[in-house]
Write a protein that binds this ligand. Sequence first.
Ligand code: IMP
Length: 424
Amino acid sequence: MKRNIIVLGCQWGDEGKGKVVDLLAKEADVIIRFQGGANAGHTIETGGKKFILHLIPSGIIHPGKICYIGNGVVLDAFGLMEELDMLHTEGIDTDGRLFISSLTHLVMPFHKMIDEYEEKKRGGCVLGTTLRGIGPAYRDKVARCGFRLCDLFSPERLKEKLADYRETKAEYFIDSSDERGDIGKVYNDLMNIAPKLKEYMINVPIALMKHHNDGKSILFEGAQGALLDVDHGTYPYATSSNTTIGGALTGSGMSPKFFEDIVGVVKAYTTRVGEGPFPTELKNETGAKLRDIGSEYGASTGRPRRTGWLDLVILRHACRINGVEKIAVTKLDVLDSFEKINGCIGYELNGRELSEIPLDPAELGNVKPLYKEFDGWQSETTGIKNFARLPVNAKKYLKFISDDLGVEILLVSTGAGRTATIMV
Ligand code: IMP
């Protein structure tokens, strides 16, 4: 295993990063989450149990691995406590195995209230956020009025900051019956969990460098996907963090010179939750079939995901920005019963053919996808252990993807469990 690997989603999130990280974590010593927050839901199925983690790196399921939450994450401290309780109930020990950057911004209960308020105010132009307070927390970070983990340990300063916030953002606090906006309660609740949080607080860049110098390997676990990146995604229908490679650097404090591999996670078809353009979306029976077979419902919100064919144009974009050299193709088995499978190789926009995303990604809402059609393989791929044993048409489809993107296939996932994997 190469040292210091970054795992990134190449579509609109929900590519199956949880499983890929879980597989790679076996070989790594350290796993770090570097952006996003409890909007993510990373699912790992092992030993007949299913774990959904929103904040804690998926690597925690592996005994002995050290996990970090980097400064780029926005942390719902109360959600973290629930996640820790869940892990402890399942017999997973986190003592001395989980650390959090002192610089991590907190998602406060009122950030969720603001998220909801703003979505309501957008009327017909909702973004379809997860309502987890992600946008408001990142906005406060950039506006330099956010709350960081280290603030909990200067209680007087925190109290003043909270009062100041409440005053300057009064328009959000009009519903006095919503206790998420009760600053006094928020303060007291935070003070109650602060001693517990202190045990996890650390200077992450120092810790990571020490691991690196000790010869350990570090796995960087991305959340969401490239097309949700606040800069490179389908803005404003995006999340509020950099889900592409830059986020791994700023969100962890590790220099790019230490990274050795970048793995892109690509679902064998495409899904998206929330609003925004989706050129290959199938609003028909085929789309419903993909949703049913693929159990395409949000791990965080339970919302049904929109579904469609694989889109090579967005994948080219994601692989270029991230410098992806290897991909993990997930959920290949979902396509097992399809007679015909399509891959979008370009778009038509106003009578012109495009092979890359338009200058204004909003135009993705107006493009017509141009497809290459493949014969399906119509046989079960789950359980196949060796790439050579895959049906010929499945291999053709996978070769088409790797050739088009100019990347190697690292692994193919054919089911939720760890064992339903073909290492290539
Ligand atoms: P937010 O991150 O909650 O602000 O939501 C912004 C957009 O990103 C919405 O369309 C969400 O559905 C989408 N989103 C956020 N996190 C995820 C994720 O983990 N998987 C898929 N979509 C996500």
